[in-house]
Design a protein around this ligand. Structure first.
Ligand SMILES: [Cu+2]
Length: 241
């Protein structure tokens, strides 16, 4: 009887341990024989119509006419600029790059600059370059991760982004404003250049899932195998879901 009670208690303890165990944090380790993933993000699908933005307030700063914005930045050969690529579930590997300055998002003429960026967990500056109120509001799914009123020009407020994931940034004062911050959980990521290319270096040999994401198409996943000191070339083809 007593023994049964102990077994039960032990089982409960195990379950509690499993539930409370946090996701494994990324561990920096020397990568002596790393490989390189290089390639291009493309979108061969139908080019979407431009998004029409009509500022409805603060027109002296936000502009008074209709602004047409590309939903996906394409070159003539269907390569995609400003797509995010990253490796999923990497536990261990190279050190993080040290950014020259704290990552930031700036409110400029009622637009977010940059429109899309990648950073690691940590400090994030929210800046207002406009002489009007912006209310910068970041969401991870539906969860608010920051919500900052910036009434003054030149204002800068530092927040901490504590959780990895894709943060959608909106402005509660100007409904058309939209930006994206991908908070990476490992340093194996890139943002595609103007010609759609990217390079991810010092990848420990192994098999991975490479994710490509763009705001109009959403994400696609591509399996990739990296061999020691070799370069593997990948084309990430985005598809509109
Ligand atoms: Cu605003």
């Amino acid at each position: 009887m007593l023994r049964d009670a102990w077994v039960k208690l032990f089982a409960i303890g195990l379950v509690a341990l499993a539930v409370s165990a946090p996701a494994r944090a990324y561990e920096v380790a020397k990568v002596a024989d790393g490989g390189t993933i290089t390639g291009k993000v493309t979108y061969p699908g139908v080019v979407p119509a431009k998004k029409k933005i009509v500022p409805t307030k603060d027109r002296e700063v936000c502009g008074s006419g209709v602004r047409e914005v590309d939903q996906i930045l394409l070159t003539a050969d269907k390569s995609v600029q400003d797509a995010i690529v990253y490796l999923k579930k990497v536990d261990k590997g190279k050190a993080w790059d040290k950014p020259a300055r704290t990552p930031q998002i700036d409110n400029v003429k009622c637009d977010f600059r940059p429109h899309v960026q990648v950073m690691r967990v940590g400090d994030f500056d929210i800046v207002n370059s406009d002489p009007i109120l912006h209310n910068t509001h970041g969401f991870l799914d539906r969860l608010t991760v920051f919500n900052v009123a910036l009434p003054n020009q030149g204002q800068r407020i530092t927040k901490q982004l504590k959780r990895p994931g894709l943060v959608r940034v909106e402005c509660d004062a100007h409904g058309w404003m939209l930006g994206w911050v991908y908070v990476a959980d490992n340093p194996y990521y890139a943002l595609t250049a103007k010609d759609g290319t990217f390079t991810i270096k010092d990848v420990p040999p192994g098999s991975y899932t490479l994710v490509g994401w763009q705001e109009y198409t959403g994400a696609v996943e591509v399996p990739v195998t990296v061999k020691a000191k070799e370069v593997v070339s990948v084309t990430v083809e985005l598809k509109k879901k």
